[in-house]
Write a protein that binds this ligand. Structure first.
Ligand SMILES: C[S@@+](CC[C@H](N)C(=O)[O-])C[C@H]1O[C@@H](n2cnc3c(N)ncnc32)[C@H](O)[C@@H]1O
Length: 338
């Protein structure tokens, strides 16, 4: 709904690409395509294509099964897309290993729990200055890893710490910075928008690196390769990395974003339309998971990149009275422009 709202606010261009970074099992794109199908009359004059950026061969197979029912073709080596198919709803889908391989063009980008999965550097402020937290083999315990501080400065301490940094412990994800730079350049040049949804903070948290195995906390240094590793996304860093090429909105807490998007009304409609108790309980449970501040409501955030002209009329200074106001950006209603 957010993408359709932005597409309408931007004058309903006759084509757009939906680009998802790290689609996991393909569930969210499947949901989005279902909504696009339900709103087919709204999108009737628009050519939509889907572009998935995925490095995992196993997950791309699952995505192909979920989205196309297995109707995909590996693509010849000389093409940038490594696989192509048609969604169950009739929309062309292509798979890539890198955002740079996705064709240029008006695009809506989606990154849901993507940036938190990318590798970070960790830094600790000491009396001697910044030191990098590194992983070492523990000489005392066989097959055990340990964290150590670099004895001196490293290239990373010199390049990745902002001069104005006030925290004592910082995590920086340079790969996220590069990807946001690319997103911002693409949106500036070809138009569109990006919506990022992730666990994160606005440049305030310090030590957030964690491991999860079977949904339980897991020591990041034990049994490497068997757990999901994650670090909260530093949205203040992403904003900086957009380098003013686009406007940014957020981060805004998930419970506020979804409230602004009308989740309460949607829940009421779904509850009224569902006859059985099990479905109603499932709906209430899902709502609680998404909205409860103790669950995902507060720690999950939304953040957007939008072309400057989407938020400020280019010639507003010259003729403010001649322009009708720009429509607000759905979900971010209360936020001012950054
Ligand atoms: C934590 S999962 C999130 C999956 C899904 N978006 C969700 O919210 O459930 C991270 C996804 O990003 C993919 N991924 C990780 N690093 C990547 C990279 N550098 N480029 C593209 N995809 C990557 C993973 O294979 C996986 O699909």
């Amino acid at each position: 709904i957010w993408y359709i709202s932005e597409w309408m606010a931007m004058g309903k261009p006759n084509t757009f690409q939906l680009v998802e970074l790290g689609p996991g099992r393909g569930t969210l794109t499947e949901d989005i395509l279902r909504v696009f199908k339900q709103l087919a009359s709204v999108l009737s004059n628009c050519d939509v294509s889907v572009h998935l950026v995925e490095v995992s061969p196993k997950l791309s197979e699952i995505q192909a099964e979920v989205l196309t029912g297995g109707k995909v073709q590996p693509n010849p080596e000389e093409e940038l897309a490594y696989m192509k198919g048609i969604s169950k709803t009739g929309i062309p889908i292509s798979w890539y290993r890198d955002i740079q391989d996705v064709p240029a063009g008006y695009s809506f980008y989606l990154a849901h729990e993507f940036f938190d999965a990318l590798p970070i550097h960790k830094f600790q402020r000491t009396e001697k200055g910044w030191r990098e937290v590194l992983v070492d083999i523990d000489p005392e315990v066989p097959d055990q890893l340990r964290f150590v501080l670099s004895p001196s400065r490293t290239p990373a301490t010199q390049n990745f710490i902002q001069p104005e940094e006030t925290r004592d412990h910082v995590e920086v994800c340079p790969e996220a910075g590069v990807i946001v730079q690319r997103l911002a350049s693409r949106i500036e040049k070809d138009g569109g928008a990006a919506l990022v949804a992730d666990y994160g903070h606005n440049g305030t948290k310090t030590d957030t690196f964690r491991g999860f195995r079977n949904h339980k906390l897991h020591d990041v240094l034990s049994a490497p390769g068997t757990a999901d590793l994650t670090a909260d996304v530093d949205f203040s860093y992403l904003r900086k990395m957009a380098q003013g090429k686009t406007a940014t909105l957020g981060p805004i807490k998930q419970r506020e974003f979804l409230k602004n998007m009308g989740i309460d009304l949607r829940l009421q409609v779904l509850l009224q339309n569902s006859g059985d108790t099990a479905t109603r309980e499932q709906l209430l449970h899902s709502y609680d998971m998404l909205m409860n501040p103790e669950k995902m409501g507060d720690c999950f955030n939304f953040f957007a990149l939008l072309p400057h002209h989407r938020l400020v009329h280019p010639d507003k200074k010259d003729k403010p009275e001649s322009k009708s106001p720009l429509p607000p950006v759905a979900g971010f209603n209360e936020l001012s422009l950054k």
